[in-house]
Write a protein that binds this ligand. Sequence first.
Ligand code: ZN
Length: 454
Amino acid sequence: MAESCHNRSYYETAIRNEEFGPCNKCRKPKTDDDWCQSCCSDRFELDSKFNNKWTSGNDSIDGFVRRAQSKARNHWEVIEWIPYKRLINVKYLTKGGFSTINKAIWLDGYIICWNDIKNVWNRNRYKLEEEDYLDYRTLKEDEKFGFHVVLKSLNNINEDFLNEWENYLEFLYSAINNYANFVRVFGITQDPKTKVYMVVLEEMKRGSLRDNLLIKKYNPNDKYHNLYEIACSLSALSKPSMTHGDLHNGNLLLKDEFHIYISDFGQSRQFNQSINSKDIYGVIPYMAPEVLRGKPYTKASDIYSFGVIMWEFTSGVPAFHDIPHDFNLSLQICKGHRPEIIEGTEPDYVELMKRCWDNDPNKRPTAKELSEIFDVWSAKYLMEMDYDKRKSVPVPTIIENHPLSCYISRKIDHYAKLNEILDQGELSSIIVIDEGKDDEGKYNIESELEELKI
Ligand SMILES: [Zn+2]
């Protein structure tokens, strides 16, 4: 299956119609050009018991990896137990809301297909650059090949947690087979010293959208294509229960200058919240009013976040970066306050953005509608794909965030207080939103709240 052919209807239909032909070995219908689910599952089983005799040291994780391997219909759906010693140059990258992220080089690279002649898995890895190593000259020739990955720590391993990851993989494969750009999972590893388990993921070399907002602003046609990709990915979450639930500019990642991938979907809930918990996690500027007020994330609340991201493509700065991300901001958002429209933004674009961040979830467009609109716009406003012709960010451009802003997902626990205030209808006549800022960029809402002894 070619990378460009991950169309779900095409792929699912192709399997159903046995379009990949019979397997040379077992004669059962193949599940991809180079993949027989049955034979590959047997090979993984042999690997785990005899050839590599791998174990994670944890029965649940072993079961998790084995189940995924036996179900894999193509190489995209394979995950592996990755021995830590096969990961080199492990370097700290950043801390997310729920885990620590390191980058590393995976010496083996990921599985593509079985090689019948050599009786090994063919893997994808490439010759590394000298700059990838501190001690390039001392490396053996075989160690000069690898694949760049990131390692995301898993803080708590239990059955619930792994079930959530299993669901995640199901969503991921459904999404990938549906043209969506989601960050791929290669497997799980464990640092033998710290005993911390880590998920091994595809590295997104250009970092987050947050790190690239300015370059997007100076190349304004980028937004049409990138928003098309994001909308497609959201619409690929086909089941009603599939929501991202924490969409912001930090978990939209750029594989290269042109393509945006979604990561961390549903994970704020997975990692922190049992199904019955009423706790809400997120990054305030991207949280829909109803979520701030304690309702669960929905597809419509993802669209709200999408609207905020639309604005960021026009501003080049994160939404509400110059004010504290606190109770007052949540209150203002619930009262209808939104980032100020950037001058020169196309009227159609503004109108769509406003629909996305409407206070009423029912008035927001669906991801499918957005993907259709951006499909048309991205064909009309072409992205500059020639590196030499792309505009660079004038230097120096430094964006200073307010010290009390917070772009990492965290528990937001003021919804009860928020509801109490918002339910007092008379407040709306006292607090005037959109009255502008004072000289320090703060809203004149605090003194009014003070008077109300909130
Ligand atoms: Zn077979």
